[in-house]
Design a protein around this ligand. Structure first.
Ligand SMILES: C[S@@+](CC[C@H](N)C(=O)[O-])C[C@H]1O[C@@H](n2cnc3c(N)ncnc32)[C@H](O)[C@@H]1O
Length: 263
């Protein structure tokens, strides 16, 4: 198919695939133990609570959300760019009682292999920050959603105290020659994501922030950082939370048709 949009260059995507192939086992062992993930998951489930039908999880990793999504009554399709993540997700689901309502496969959020308007909900946790430009991914998510369907997306929050302080520190190190390059993930500004959602035909319906961590406390004293995070978590719906929570969670509803990025 000829492409008209600017998808992520193959080299960057291959780097992300290799990174997550190598991290798959760690995700299986640790993801559900991390308070940062548990608090994010709680909010995501709350935002999806009133919805049913077919749900697509893009970047499903080793499938930590799948059992809960199935238990909520969704028919779930999970895709991930990492074949190793999908293999782990398949292992998790192999003996699950609701496995017949779950389909898994390797896939790219920028080229979804689904027809227009085929899902009632799309979930994407921690994926958009791995794309240099998330506009195509948002249009694809919008395209596969039925009109009136909902997307719930999470990204690291560039405007949070943690990411501002950490990126300032890393920039200083680079300027002083103490480190080279940057990581493969880029935190995003909540209001820029909200605007991009609107351009993709997705109207913001709700948002939260979570993961109240601070630099360099998190790096220096993980246990103290987690205790503070737990104590501040009840603030996640407050107006100032987007400046403190290192993770931004947004729910948006498809209002109009978005045409495919390539034809
Ligand atoms: C930070 S992990 C999060 C995994 C899972 N959503 C979770 O919260 O446990 C990001 C996941 O997104 C996947 N991913 C990155 N880029 C992707 C893309 N273009 N299409 C689909 N999945 C992608 C990675 O392979 C990885 O499994």
């Amino acid at each position: 198919m000829p492409q008209t949009g600017l998808t992520t260059p193959a080299g960057s995507k291959a780097k992300v695939e290799a990174l997550f192939d190598s991290l798959a086992l760690e995700y299986v062992r640790e993801r559900e133990q991390q308070f940062s993930f548990v608090s994010q998951k709680r909010i995501v489930m709350e935002l999806l609570r009133s919805h049913r039908g077919r749900l697509l999880e893009v970047g499903c990793g080793p499938g930590v959300m799948l059992p809960d999504l199935l238990a909520m009554g969704f028919e779930v399709h999970g895709i991930d760019v990492s074949a190793e993540m999908i293999r782990r997700a398949e292992q998790r689901m192999a003996s699950h009682a609701l496995a017949s309502r779950c389909r898994l496969g390797v896939g790219d959020v920028e080229r979804l292999r689904y027809s227009d308007a085929s899902f009632d909900a799309v979930l994407s946790m921690g994926v958009l920050e791995y794309l240099p430009d998330y506009a195509i991914a948002l249009r694809e998510i919008s395209r596969v959603l039925k009109p009136g369907g909902h997307a719930v997306l999470t990204v690291p929050n560039q405007a949070s105290a943690y990411h501002l302080a950490r990126s300032g520190y890393l920039t200083c190190r680079r300027v002083l020659g103490a480190s080279r390059g940057s990581g493969v993930a880029s935190p995003r500004l909540p209001w820029a994501l909200d605007r991009a959602l609107a351009s993709a035909g997705l109207r913001k319906a709700d948002s939260r922030a979570c993961n109240f961590i601070f630099f360099p406390l998190k790096e220096l004293h993980e246990r103290a950082s987690e205790a503070l995070n737990r104590a501040l978590t009840p603030l996640s719906g407050w107006a100032f939370a987007p400046f403190l929570g290192a993770q931004y969670i947004v729910k948006a509803q498809k209002t109009v048709w978005a045409s495919a990025p390539y034809g």
